[in-house]
Design a protein around this ligand. Structure first.
Ligand code: PNS
Length: 161
């Protein structure tokens, strides 16, 4: 059985992420979406909220499951017997950073990384930019699932106080 891990912070999940997960689910028998829960980084959404949003967004993908993870990605791959990591690449900037991580992960455990070129529709979409634009009153409709947009709008309003 082929199994891949799709890791990320997903704060929050966007259509760019979901495009990569959906395509990975066609390539592998099983896909484990791994939500990083690094306590040292500040997030807009809690670990539980991010996992719950991924679970809802992937509910129609039967071979995808969502887990929270801390620690080394290579340990998670070993724990789930995953042969590959899958990452989306929006452009050359992503490649520089991702290739270095891919080589480090391969050095650690031999796990390989499969890069999927981002669908051009989502090539400018990053969670950080979505949060910034939405926080300043910009329009991010269509870049993330409607229920995530609602949660984002509510959270930003809470924070604005
Ligand atoms: O959404 P992001 O910021 O691209 O996700 C980054 C993530 C969670 C994939 C990355 O920070 C990661 O791999 N963290 C796990 C810790 C680890 O294994 N670090 C070594 C990477 S070579």
């Amino acid at each position: 059985m082929s199994r891949a891990v799709c890791p990320g912070t997903f704060d929050p999940v966007t259509h760019g992420h979901l495009d990569v997960v959906t395509r990975a689910a066609r390539l592998f028998d099983e896909v484990v979406v791994a939500v990083g829960v690094n306590a040292s980084k500040s997030r807009l959404f809690s670990d539980q909220e991010r996992v719950a949003m991924l679970e809802r967004a992937c509910a129609d993908l039967p071979n995808v499951r969502v887990v929270a993870f801390a620690g080394l990605l290579t340990d998670l791959c070993a724990e789930h017997d995953a042969q590959a990591l899958v990452k989306g690449l929006r452009g050359p900037g992503d490649y520089e950073y991702e290739a270095q991580m891919a080589r480090m992960n391969a050095h650690q455990s031999g796990v390989d990384t499969v890069f999927l070129p981002t669908d051009p529709r989502w090539s400018f979409v990053a969670s950080s930019l979505v949060k910034e634009v939405a926080g300043l009153g910009g329009d991010v409709r269509g870049l993330l699932p409607d229920f995530v947009l609602e949660a984002l709008t509510a959270r930003l309003a809470e924070r604005a106080g």
